[in-house]
Design a protein around this ligand. Structure first.
Ligand code: CTP
Length: 410
């Protein structure tokens, strides 16, 4: 259990802070909510008190004997300010201490995550952008806002990311520190495939696999938080799109192949700096797709389904790689009588020719659909980084650190 301070400043998105608080308490954390006085215009103190089980005050004149304005910050393991308004960012950047939240920010030794939410004009204003740069330079995490519907009819960058995204990213910072969400992918374009392809047999049946897409989702979410422009080519994943990410839905291996080539820049579009093939792509598809549903009694007992080979998308992306473009493959491996997991993986890395191979040991069936994972990232030059075990967002942060270190300077 960790001690999390949830700062809430005065914007309409304050209502989402209640859901974020819920996510933190359900993960077993002790949460102290510190709203600004303006935040209480949007959500009452009683809501935060009931959901956190802790007292809620906004000024430094309550519980003076406890020296709350110093103690709350000093004893926290993580401070998350969501929503962080333009005014709150300005006060934090200039070191003001005119309410309990800003005083807490000045006394906190732990990592601090600001989750901005405001109108697009306010976010893009040079004053706000300077404040964000100042806070980041001092080591705070400032998440990029989501793009979408704002208060009233407006839409654009400035929306608070969904609480589930914020909770997952906050957990990464709690575990690994603010550096895990550094802006080292700013200005980079990354394309990630995720999920598992489905190869149709007839209008209702398909050959598929058990990939949930969760690791690919975590890779996309963390890359967006680290400043990247992210495209997620998603094969049959029902999860809500992570904030800041453009999702391109696909079904079959052939559709995934077309989308990956288009997004990689080989079709003349913007070149991707990083291509990550985390999708489970079917190696084979039925040779023909029945136009009508196959009836069990129409053709007697079928004894086989003829299959044909699908293109190896990863190998094609490697072959078409542009200068400076990094191609990352995934491999689910088991050890066998001939060799252990890493020996098989090294052989695959050489065979595929990609720059990095993220290796999952699936011997015990522990990866598919599970929340936790652990991987080894093998590099063509022989390096091997062990990451995890831990939640998939933590694994994603480790994978991006390995990738970012290998990007050619922008
Ligand atoms: N991949 C691909 N196109 C395919 C099949 C796989 O791009 N048609 C990619 C996957 O996204 C992953 C990597 O290749 O990044 C996995 O390698 P692969 O050799 O397909 O793994 P296995 O199917 O496990 O191979 P093998 O049976 O040879 O171990």
């Amino acid at each position: 259990m960790s001690r999390i301070v949830l700062g809430v400043s005065g914007g309409v998105a304050a209502y989402k802070a209640a859901l974020l608080l819920r996510a933190f308490t359900e993960a077993g954390h002790d949460v102290r909510v510190v709203p600004t006085p303006a935040a209480l215009h949007f959500v009452g103190a009683a809501t935060f008190e009931a959901l956190s089980g802790n007292p809620v005050t906004t000024d430094v004149w309550s519980d003076v004997d406890e020296v709350a304005h110093v103690r709350i910050g000093q004893t926290a393991d993580l401070v998350v300010v969501a929503p962080a308004t333009a005014d709150l960012l300005a006060r934090a950047a200039t070191g003001r201490a005119d309410d309990l939240l800003t005083a807490t920010l000045l006394t906190a030794h732990c990592p601090v995550v600001f989750v901005p939410a405001m109108h697009t004009e306010m976010w893009l204003h040079p004053a706000t952008q300077d404040n964000v740069a100042t806070l980041r330079r001092r080591g705070a995490v400032v998440l990029p806002p989501a793009v979408g519907r704002l208060t009233g009819p407006d839409s654009g960058p400035g929306r608070l990311p969904e609480p589930a995204d914020v909770a997952a990213l906050a957990a990464v910072v709690l575990e690994s520190g603010a550096a895990a969400l550094a802006q080292d992918l700013a200005g980079r374009r990354v394309v990630i495939s995720a999920g598992g392809t489905r190869e149709p047999l007839d209008p209702v049946r398909y050959l598929g696999n058990r990939s949930s897409g969760k690791q690919g989702w975590a890779l996309a979410r963390v890359a967006a938080a680290r400043g990247a422009d992210v495209v997620l080519v998603a094969a049959n994943v029902e999860l809500p799109a992570p904030f800041g990410v453009r999702v391109v839905p696909v079904g079959t291996a052939e559709e995934l192949r077309t989308a990956m080539h288009a997004e990689a820049g080989s079709g003349g579009g913007a070149m991707a700096d990083v291509l990550v093939m985390s999708a489970a792509v079917a190696d084979f598809r039925p040779a023909s797709v029945a136009g009508a549903k196959m009836k069990k009694d129409s053709a007697g007992e079928p004894d086989s389904v003829p299959l044909v080979r699908n293109a190896d998308v990863l190998a094609e992306l490697v072959a078409g790689r542009r200068p400076g473009q990094l191609v990352v493959g995934f491999a689910a491996e088991t050890g066998d009588a001939e060799a252990d997991v890493l020996t098989h993986a090294r052989a695959k890395l050489t065979r595929k020719g990609c720059d990095l191979l993220v290796v999952n040991d699936v011997s015990a069936g522990q990866v598919f659909g599970k929340e936790d994972n652990s991987v080894v990232v093998l590099a063509a030059d022989g390096a091997a980084d062990e990451i995890g075990p831990g939640p998939k967002d933590l694994i994603a942060a480790g994978i991006w650190t390995t990738i970012a270190a290998r990007l050619t300077p922008a």
